[in-house]
Design a binder for this molecule. Sequence first.
Ligand code: GLN
Length: 290
Amino acid sequence: MGDKLKRIKLKDILSWAYEVLKNANVDSPRLSAELIISHALNISRLELLLSLNNTIDLNLYTKIVSLINQRALGKPVAYIIGKKEFYGREFFVNQSVLIPRPETETLIDTVKNIFRKEDNFLFLDIGTGSGNIAITIGCEFPNSIGIATDYSIHALFVAYKNAKIYKLTNRLLFICTDIARSIKEHSFDLVLSNPPYIGYKNFPSLSREIRCFEPYRALVGGYMGWEFYPSLISYSFKVLKKGGILIIEIDELVAKNVKKFLNNHKKWYNVQVIKDLSGKDRVLFAKRGE
Ligand code: GLN
């Protein structure tokens, strides 16, 4: 009897967690519960669903309760389980970095439409965060070499850890700098960036999960949102070779302004806006002129 009391059925924990998360109004309560519980048990989601009649001890139960409570307070699942998938690969994340978004995969697809797998090229990723962009390019293009920057040393610790997982530390160099001031001019074939582009004025309307848990400086670009782009674009002009390519993430609210800035600059050509899978403006492409 005593022994029985100390063990709890997974089925019961899952339905308890689901109820708690549903009542707390978090996004995807069922999926969140399954991901958190399977993470705590160190098994896959499928394994969890196949072993719902198994029981666990009180220690594990207490651990799960604590993680579910964090989720109920709005903490994103990726920060609780410490990982997020991007372009088919898993990335370690913590609250020093933005959680990689599926929209950003459009940026990778754009690079894949331009370069062939075997091409040699040198790229710069400005504001690398978890390193998801630079590392994905490094993995998809085995002859590429990249420099990835971030103003936050804590973000670079995360990016370096991910680069080590994917064995890229010999082809990726990390530099802690605001934009990338210390870099030699006219040396890159490609500049990539997913800069902060949320307007401060729109910040209060973001979900609690983003507002309260993700790094503010990785999200907000200024009062309107587009303020980071002029310096990013001017800087990219300096470090790109002639004919070099700029591929940066945007959203619909900043697209017009950023495109206007690029066209006024008159030093860029082939300026294009590329849409993501849900049909929204997501990537800006341009070639550096003379
Ligand atoms: N490069 C990272 C990403 O795309 C981080 C971007 C950022 O911090 N603004 O998710």
